[in-house]
Write a protein that binds this ligand. Sequence first.
Ligand code: ATP
Ligand code: MG
Length: 561
Amino acid sequence: MADELTTPAELAAGNFIAEFIKEDIAVGGSYEGKTVHTRFPPEPNGYLHIGHAKAICVDFGMAEKFGGICNLRMDDTNPTKEDVEYVDAIKEDIAWLGFRWDDRFYYASDYFDQMYAFAVELIQKGLAYVCELTPEEMRSNRGDLSHPAVSPYRDRPIEESLTLFEKMKNGEIPDGKMTLRAKIDLNSGNFNMRDPVIYRINRLHHHRTGDKWCIYPMYDFAHPLEDALEGITHSLCTLEFEDHRPLYDWVIRNTSVPAVPRQIEFARLGINNTVMSKRKLRQLVEEHHVEGWDDPRMPTLCGLRRRGYTPASIRNFCERIGVAKTNSVVDYGFLEHCLREDLNLNAQRVMTVIHPIRLVITNYPEGQTETFEIENNPNRPEDGTRTITFSRECYIEAEDFIEEKIKGYNRLYPGNEVRLKSAYIVRCTGCKKDENGQVVEVYAEYDPDTRGGDTPDGRKVRGTIHWVDANSAIDAEVRLYDNLFTDPEPDTGDKNFLDYINPESLVILKNCKAEPALAKATGDTRYQFMRLGYFCADKDSTPDRLIFNRSVSLKDGYKKK
Ligand code: ATP
Ligand code: MG
């Protein structure tokens, strides 16, 4: 295979997976003439998170890169915690990221009959036996590095195991009373090889197979079989499966499967100030610490989508963090950085005031309105222009006015000139206060010769502030988000992650004033609210009640570091 398959980003990140696949193709052997075929195997027991996005980008991305294909397979061998709701959500999220599985959508449970047959094959070959140790006994008999594991049932005759395994299947044996174990090596330094259990009895209803089965295959036995049955060439998974690879290969070698997939492991993605396990994410949802799986503070793909993340920003993030062999924690700021890069190019610019105070331009004629034509996106002239109005009163941010000058403050204070973005230069003349001393209105005079914001005499005006015409402003609710956890690593060591929930992770501002253009905002359009950040309409936003989520602020903390 030619080297141009490696992109510069991969070289930088050292994509060893691509290198391995290239070697396999070059060597031929069992890969001879094969199309690279990968799979993404989520367990449908929760929504996908940004860690899964990395695995999806690796699995689908590697296939794409080599002109191959990638299957989507629900890993539903464990009947306890599966839910149909999750299956649809998983498909939606992967499709949203832009990956396609076409008609290659599978359930691991579709292979239960074949898995059973492969287990029988192992027994017949003398490579598996029915064991009657209880789980506790098995634990106390597993030995240690200087002592082998022990099972008194290991040398049970093949015929006996065959009969007992069938009885297990037929529901004649109580739960937990017997297991089927692979006969490998009770002395192995790798405990996964010490005659691992490959089938257990578990009378649980399965969401697809119903009550047909009361025995279920263990992951380590099932997964290689699923891969082989689908003709997977490269089974890419996370590092915790590295110690299980000898068992994966053993299952492939000792059963009459139609293909020889190769397992390659890469590091899990961790991100700071959040948690990434489905169990913990589910706890956040079920205990109502967040609004749901798609709460914009969640690291789930549906949460990130609702927050305003784009598929491109997530794919770009995954490509740039690369794949490695050591687990590491990526700075949340880098994910935000990737989003900013995308939105900076593509978001429409608008003005919205989130802490409004009224500015009255006292020398502007009452009842008069004029218009300005401004570019929607200076980076993309093809996005056109829109009309905004200007009149005697507008809203500005309360923090853009102070009563007394302080050093370095270039916005409104009595006597100072400021540019109202794209409109006029105004000079502050004072303010009105209520009985509590609160500023309720700011006053200024405009310079009619500065239409568009330029000074004819070239005088310097340092501050530029955003504003919204009070005559045409519409009301909006704005939601600002911060890290869900105050601790960068809320779930390490003895910590209970729930103790570190950030009480300020959501700030709701109900009284915001927006340009009328935003009345038509839908979730698909991304906006830059001038000076405030990137925003999108929330899924609950309606023309009667506009709601905007801040996807990310403008300030890039990542570049600073
Ligand atoms: P969790 O611990 O969040 O429940 P999981 O590994 O049990 O994760 P699965 O549904 O089994 O979740 O994962 C499907 C695939 O996604 C697996 O191949 C798994 O290795 C991969 N994956 C899960 N979490 C991460 C992560 N943080 N980084 C990279 N890949 C991940
Ligand atoms: Mg799992």
